[in-house]
Write a protein that binds this ligand. Sequence first.
Ligand code: PLP
Length: 388
Amino acid sequence: MDYTAKIARNVASIPRSGIRDFFELVQGREGVISLGVGEPDFVTPWHIREAAIYSLEKGQTTYTSNLGLLSLRKSISKYVNDFFHVDYDPATEVLVTVGVSEAIDIALRALLNPGDEVVFHEPCYVSYSPSIIMAHGKAISVETTKEDGFSLKPKKLAEVITPRTRIIFLNFPTNPTGAVASREDLEGIAKLAIEHDLIVMTDEIYSELRYDDEEHLSIASLPGMKERTILLHGFSKAFAMTGFRLGYACAPQPIIEAMMKIHQYAMLCAPIMSQNAAIEALENGKPAMIEMRNSYHQRRDFLVKRLNEIGLDCHMPGGAFYVFPDIRKSGLSSKEFATRLLEEENVACVPGSAFGPSGEGFLRCCYATAFEDIRTAMDKMERFVGRL
Ligand code: PLP
């Protein structure tokens, strides 16, 4: 059978994730030091795991409300109010999802009609453009640069807004660059959203991972923005809970209602034991989270210092757990650089081009990896760069 003709055109048009392709090369190699996968190296703190186990012991093995357990939504609402300074009604303005991944997908599907444009800053997380395309939207990227700290400048954003634009999609701190947005930039973006009557989707999954005592600022908390913002957050990164598959969306009731319609038919609900673990994370998880953040902070400082010593110009990222050194001086493409680094030194980093064309010339190194491994990886990288 000719399966090509059987696959939906918009799905067929989407390339596979560049990260996945690269990690197929890593598979099967012995002794690789990986700064590749964007996942905490910590196991979920014990008290959170225990809450999931206890949930099972109590025989809680059922579906929950489509929106998620009300007790969890109440905890989320309180947490979001304390942390992001935005007040959401747990009964109608919070939806518990299967990771931020699902929240991104259903938010886009809930809002887009075919051909509607979504503007996002790039380099960006690998799922954004494909998710927009799968929701029949048009993905419009705005290049961010090292010189601008990889933040989205309102002036550049204004240049790509058209009558077809529906959504501005933000991600600060950013995967893969670790970029954060200044208050001034967020205010400028908010002004444009209001002027053009646009929805802002903001993926703030790394918001707790801010360094140098800087506080996270959410665009949702700026005047006039709650009513037009979908705030996406989850448990994977700050609480080291990737395998629990739990996230949430906070937004005005009509938007949550529309997202819920897709969620209830596609997912029904998020797993109950993960939801119970998430309540524990929100209520008692802060000390462990701060400990993990402090550890990432130390690793970031070490990694940025070493990369600059090696001669790979690297900006100091304000958040997340990625650095994004400039490898253009090597004369290699990001894919060639990453492939040779793997083949010659057994160190895995992700080519910047996996995060969109504007990531070319850079490399993503994730520092959610043991300190000793980071140290060894940098020694190997130094040797590799010295040979070029
Ligand atoms: N958003 C960003 C920016 C990410 O980096 C990731 C995972 O790497 C996700 C969303 C997916 O998160 P989740 O595990 O909650 O689906």
